[in-house]
Design a protein around this ligand. Structure first.
Ligand SMILES: [Zn+2]
Length: 245
């Protein structure tokens, strides 16, 4: 039996299906990640066709059947189209990377309201805040890693428990976590951390506006991408950022 349900959603990806339809991947507020078919939407007259473009924040009505892999969309309303993201290549690049991460690394039908809100919030910021897109992407990445269950812990040495702030030479071992200058001598390090990178990662958690060079932000993003690769062996890195390079 299928039921008629309503939910908010972000469109993660879209592809043609048959001659007239689309299949879209969605991250929804009420049902987590799902795939759905939008029938007859490829006619030039179809408004639903445009509203289901990737990145759009929409409200949908679905005929939902739990046993079915592909749900059927019955109606769509556009909540937000993020126009200024779509007009800026840099913002678009990082937004696509966010969509890619959510599509690749979340589990179908697993509900996470906080993640949903986090996705909407980051797109709002990319759309309207003047903080640099590379830093905003880092904020999302840090948050997202935590939501996946691999939170990056930064408050103390993962081996001896000594409080970290104030140390100048730190390193990071993906298996253990952050290491103080004493413990790093005994463990193989995956990453050499300087205080600048450490402080920057701590700032990504906060809401205060960050001033950092693109170089530092890039270094932190690469660290987090590698951290994800270490914890999720199937994850082959963020392709969207490669395409735009
Ligand atoms: Zn230590």
């Amino acid at each position: 039996m299928s039921e008629i349900v309503k939910t908010e959603a972000v469109v993660l990806s879209k592809m043609n299906y048959g001659d007239t339809s689309y299949i879209i991947s969605l991250y929804t507020k009420e049902f987590g990640k799902i795939s759905a078919i939008v029938k007859g939407a490829r006619s030039p007259k179809s408004k639903i066709g445009l509203m289901t473009d990737p990145l759009n924040y929409i409200q949908i009505v679905l005929y939902k059947k739990d046993s079915r892999e592909l749900q059927i969309i019955s109606s769509v309303d556009l909540v937000e189209g993020y126009i200024s993201i779509k007009e800026d290549l840099d913002k678009l690049k990082y937004s696509q990377a966010i969509l890619e991460l959510v599509k690749k690394l979340t589990v179908e039908n697993e509900v996470n309201h906080r993640l949903f809100s986090g996705i909407i919030r980051i797109f709002e910021l990319l759309n309207s805040s003047d903080e640099s897109p590379i830093i905003l992407f880092g904020r999302f990445l840090f948050f997202f890693i935590g939501e996946l269950g691999y939170e990056i812990l930064l408050d103390k040495c993962s081996v001896c428990g000594k409080s970290i702030p104030g140390e100048n030479e730190l390193s990071y071992n993906f298996g253990n976590g952050i290491l103080c200058h004493v413990c790093r001598k005994e463990k193989a390090e995956s990453y050499l951390f300087n205080l600048e990178l450490f402080n920057y990662l701590v700032c990504l958690k906060g809401r205060k506006k960050i001033k950092a060079t693109d170089q530092l932000a890039e270094k932190a993003n690469t660290f987090m991408e590698n951290y994800l690769k270490y914890h999720i062996p199937d994850f082959n890195g963020i392709q969207s950022l490669q395409i735009f390079k």
